[in-house]
Structure formats: structure tokens, C-alpha cells
Design a protein around this ligand. Structure first.
Ligand SMILES: Cc1cc2nc3c(=O)[nH]c(=O)nc-3n(C[C@H](O)[C@H](O)[C@H](O)COP(=O)(O)O)c2cc1C
Length: 220
């Protein structure tokens, strides 16, 4: 039975409204708290929350992790927090600045930690919708980076949302409080967050059904 079959079966039983809210994790930014990329992620997470999701931001400073090495088994508390958050995630939003034509080393290294999920029941980003946000000091850098990030999401078995958001930061895009100054970008970020939350319901529904089954087994 495929994931979709199970979701359709659950939905047809009318279990949808009883499903837990989808959990959407946004990760990214830079080491500077409140970078443009982080402000964009926060805006998109507001869209996810408006779509009914519980949300968590794992921001740039929390992603300063040792270079990923699968053969080393020790993990820092920040690395464990990242992997556990991704494990729980029903949907993900990733934001990176464009550095020299691709995503930054900080974000690539953080995503390499998904290797620790390779043996999970839901390996890597399997079954999760993933929204991508990139910034650049021009359109070329932002768009090239968006394509690179969506390729990485694909490699991690995530489902890229139809909408991705590339932001040209040559002109100010957010004010100091994180309010987006460009109505179109604001709408795109919120729409993408909502899109992630809505698609994430499939996994949340399956998660809910599994815990119901486990509880029924315990009672039986
Ligand atoms: C090391 C480095 C490399 C960069 N490379 C590019 C690039 O290749 N193309 C581009 O458009 N912008 C490039 N930029 C600019 C950043 O992508 C841009 O300033 C970004 O929007 C900053 O977002 P932030 O406010 O989240 O840091 C680079 C910046 C740095 C620090």
C-alpha cells in the first residue's frame, strides 16, 4: 500500500479532522541573527501557521555545526536538535543565501546531517513537502541558488513545492522588524508556507493514525 493509498483510506474514514496539526520546520539563514534569509523564513512560517501548522525555526546560529562526517558518531546538542526536528517534521522550509552560485556552506553542511536519518522509517526528507527560499545580491545568484537547493531537496527525497521563492536583496526587502516591504514577495512567502502546511497534512494524518493504532494495541 502506498503512502497515498493510506492517506486516502484514512480520509475516506473521516479521520482527517482528528489528525494532529502538521509540524513544519524551517531551517536556514546565516550566522547573523535576523539576516534577510531568516526574515524570509519567518514570514513563510507565518504562512504555514495560518495553514494550521505547528512551526519551529532552526535559525542560522543554531546551524553552526561541525563539518558532517558520517563515520564520526558523536553529535553536538545542536546537531541532535536539528536531526530530531527534521525527524518530527511533516513539512520543511529551507532558506539559504546564494554564495558563489550555490547555497552557503553553512546550510549545505546542516543538510548533510540528514544522512543520520538514512535508516529511518521515513529516510531523509522522504514524504515531506519542502519549500525553498533563496536570496542573492541580484537575480542571477538568487535564481541559480534556488535551482541548486531544489536539486538537493530532490536528492534528499523531499517533495519540492511548486512554488519556490528567489529574492533579490540588492534593494531592502524587509524592515528592521522583519516586515516585508514588497507585497508580492510577502504573498509568495506566505503562500509557499501555507502550501507546505497543507501538503504536510498527509504525513501528520499517517502519524496520528499510527499513534492511534499503537494506543489501541496497548489497550488490547
Ligand atoms: C561569501 C558570499 C558569497 C556571495 N555570493 C553571491 C553570489 O554568487 N551571487 C549573488 O547574487 N550574491 C552573492 N552574495 C550576496 C548574498 O547572497 C546576499 O547578500 C544575500 O541576499 C544576503 O542575505 P542575508 O541578508 O540573509 O545574509 C554573496 C555573499 C557572500 C557573503
Amino acid at each position: 500500500m502506498t503512502t497515498l493509498d493510506i492517506a486516502i483510506e484514512l480520509a475516506s474514514k473521516g479521520d482527517v479532522s482528528a489528525s494532529p496539526p502538521p509540524f513544519v520546520v524551517a531551517l536556514g539563514g546565516t550566522l547573523s541573527p535576523n539576516s534577510t534569509t531568516e526574515k524570509a523564513l519567518k514570514t513563510s512560517l507565518e504562512g504555514a501557521a495560518a495553514g494550521g501548522a505547528e512551526t519551529l525555526l532552526v535559525s542560522g546560529p543554531e546551524l553552526e555545526l561541525p563539518i558532517y562526517a558520517w563515520e564520526r558518531k558523536e553529535r553536538t546538542p545542536a546537531a541532535l536538535h536539528l536531526v530530531e526536528s527534521l525527524r518530527r517534521a511533516d513539512g520543511v522550509i529551507i532558506g539559504s543565501p546564494g554564495y558563489h552560485g550555490s547555497i552557503s556552506g553553512l546550510i549545505k553542511n546542516a543538510l548533510d546531517y540528514a544522512e543520520d536519518m538514512s535508516k529511518d522509517e521515513w529516510p531523509y526528507l522522504h514524504g515531506r513537502p519542502v519549500g525553498a527560499i533563496t536570496t542573492g545580491a541580484g537575480w542571477q545568484g538568487a535564481v541559480t541558488t534556488l535551482t541548486a537547493l531544489r536539486g538537493i531537496v530532490h536528492a534528499l527525497r523531499g517533495w519540492n513545492t511548486p512554488l519556490g521563492v528567489a529574492i533579490n536583496t540588492a534593494q531592502p526587502v524587509f524592515d528592521a522588524d522583519g516586515n516585508c516591504l514588497d507585497e508580492k514577495i510577502d504573498t509568495m512567502l506566505r503562500d509557499m508556507g501555507r502550501e507546505v502546511a497543507e501538503s504536510a497534512r498527509v504525513r501528520a494524518l499517517m502519524r496520528g493514525s499510527k499513534s492511534d493504532q499503537a494506543a489501541a494495541k496497548d489497550e488490547g
